[in-house]
Design a protein around this ligand. Sequence first.
Ligand code: FE2
Length: 236
Amino acid sequence: MIFSNISKEYALILRNIQSRRGHFRADKQHYFVLHDILPEKDFQHIRELLLKNKTLFLRNDSSVRQGSSMGGHELRKSPLSKIADIIDNPKFLQKVQSKTGIANLQFVPEVDTNRLSLLYYKDEGDGIDWHVDGTIYLGDRWAGILTIVEDIKESEAKLELKPNGKPTTFPVDKMENSLVLFQGDQVQHRARPMLMDEQRIVVSLLFSTNPTRTRNPILRLYQAWVNYIFYGNPRA
Ligand SMILES: [Fe+2]
């Protein structure tokens, strides 16, 4: 048992180092686009809540990303907590598991602010350049972007992936209420910069096939730093 965890820890460190260097696992470049993931009534409810409460988002620009956001802990204490109730529950998880065929997919623990968070892009230039995420969980990292509002002038959605190094876009007209799932530490991704008078609000979800957090303090410290940049909250 201890032995198998040590080898998983070692594999995790190696994965982080290799993806930092631009070496990605060829067997982890697959992604899913799950259309109409929420029942229409729930989707409209979330959409109205978000459009009514845009002032709750905090702007937190960094060298990496421009935009506003709300981490999971703040969300659950806010008037937007209903959003967490609708998405962060066994029924929604089961739907994602059955549509992807990943039976062991789990949300990361609730202490992780990335389990369910919100991103709001509204000003010209808001976005995040090509990158891969770090990861602190022993299993596969699956990032989920559930688009709630994508009110833009372009025909392709702002979220882009680069599986196997090949830039991939999604038609914007099918983006709202779709969940895009990808292994964020292995597939490069970006949010193309916003143009003037555009807005985009997404729910960001984080899953893992083994949501056991690494005991490696360096990786955990790195994740705390990323969380601080994104949400002004170092809790990881
Ligand atoms: Fe990312």
